[in-house]
Design a protein around this ligand. Structure first.
Ligand SMILES: [Zn+2]
Length: 200
């Protein structure tokens, strides 16, 4: 069991993996191989469970084809980023409704929010607040979303063997998530849902 789990953990980015029949038989106990097709195997992983389904038994190679079917409680980096953008967008929208989207410094140490004037002793902080007004946040969210749209997943060529290529980025041609998408994750590295394996 441990051998199979360790193997699947290592290969979790591959949608399909071929494994030795002996490893699967050991994991499920001695059973007729044909009876194991369709069975599911949850594999504990950092932060959740990755579930595999036995899709095929290859008699001549004495092997099983195991397909990854779900990453329970493990959203991928794109889903994680979209959740962050949704939050930022919602917060900026509310702020823009309460005040106005474009803030300015009409005088030193004063921020014009629209409805209110904010007075701050530190003029550099006042400039910083103006730089991050709702209009700026919404523009950054839009740019980030368009970046993700460009770097979408192009499926691997598909196939049955453990040499099948993993999902790749349509723009970069490198395994997903590509370097560009990983870099977009860095500003959120202190979020509790961020996974260390996403680091560029
Ligand atoms: Zn890319």
């Amino acid at each position: 069991m441990n051998n199979l789990v360790a193997f699947l953990r290592e290969r979790r980015n591959l949608p399909k993996v071929r494994v030795k029949a002996s490893a699967v038989l050991e994991a499920f106990g001695e059973t007729a191989p044909e009876a194991l097709v369709g069975r599911r195997l949850p594999v504990p992983a950092e932060g959740g469970t990755v579930e595999y389904r036995i899709s095929e038994y290859l008699i001549q190679q004495d092997a099983f084809v195991v397909m990854r079917v779900s990453d329970v409680a493990r959203p991928d980096l794109v889903a994680f980023l979209n959740a962050r953008y949704d939050e930022e967008e919602a917060q900026a929208d509310v702020a823009a409704q309460h005040q106005k989207p474009d803030w300015s410094c009409p005088a030193t140490c004063v921020v014009d929010l629209g409805e209110d004037l904010l007075s701050i002793d530190d003029r550099e902080v006042a400039y910083h607040i103006v730089l991050h007004d709702p209009a700026r946040v919404l523009a950054e969210v839009e740019a980030n979303r368009r970046t993700l749209d460009l770097h979408f997943i192009q499926s691997g060529t598909g196939g049955t063997w453990d040499t099948d290529p993993p999902a790749i980025c349509n723009e970069c041609g490198t395994p997903h998530p590509c370097e560009t998408v990983r870099l977009r994750g860095l500003p959120h590295a202190d979020h509790e849902d961020y996974r260390q394996e996403w680091k560029p």
